[in-house]
Design a protein around this ligand. Sequence first.
Ligand SMILES: Nc1ncnc2c1ncn2[C@@H]1O[C@H](COP(=O)(O)OP(=O)(O)OP(=O)(O)O)[C@@H](O)[C@H]1O
Length: 254
Amino acid sequence: MSLLSVTDLAIHFGGVKAVDGVSFDVQAGEVFTIVGPNGAGKSTIFNLISRFYQPTHGKIVFDGEDITATPAHHIAELGIARTFQNIELFDHSTVLQNLLVGAHTKRKATWVEDVLHLPRTRSNEREARRAVEEIIDFLDLAAYRDKMIAGLPYGVRKVVEIARALACEPRLILLDEPASGLSVEETNDMAFWIEDMKKDLGLTVLMVEHDMSLVSAVSDRVLAVVEGKPLALGTSAEVQSDPRVIEAYLGTAA
Ligand SMILES: Nc1ncnc2c1ncn2[C@@H]1O[C@H](COP(=O)(O)OP(=O)(O)OP(=O)(O)O)[C@@H](O)[C@H]1O
């Protein structure tokens, strides 16, 4: 069964058809990647799914529930978490503090229970700590646990952003260009983290990525979009050898 289903999705900004009739299904447990030249509409698709943007047209269904009109602040509770192309962390907080903010979305205590520091608040805090420590171990971040984000190397910050998304305990994680700005070695490590998220955590991954080495290494299926429209869908090799995709990339480069 598909975990995420996007049907005839479109958003127009004035005269710009940023996304224009995109449909795809993401199966539970797969890594599904969207590729395309600059300005193709990839990040806009992410912003529509995470509900930062309201579509002009179309439907988004997550786990059988129509989320086309769901407010953005409910999306994490439903089980969708994301990272951003330009890392969005609290720079003057530690890795641990950033992850605890992510874990906050799973808390069940009401504000009254919080103010009175009732048992459910305390057990929530213990549970959040335990979950966050597991993620720190899982992504090998123990050495950075109490370090400020601002002082961390870029590659580590990229992994912390993934850790923060995992702290929401999602079923679907959206990764917006996880390899951008990374060295070849860091990109190889990123491929391992993505594989581990899929195999060890059973997560479904929807990714936007330009780095074709990462795309080929981890993707079960790839969708190419050009000028807001879907162009080709298949394995990474199939999409990369599709003449329409090659032409779209060369045309853009030219
Ligand atoms: N909020 C907005 N207002 C107006 N135009 C927008 C807005 N967001 C995106 N666009 C336009 O939509 C088009 C698609 O942009 P988008 O950022 O989704 O492309 P992309 O495929 O993610 O590109 P890149 O690979 O460079 O990140 C572009 O022409 C962009 O200028």
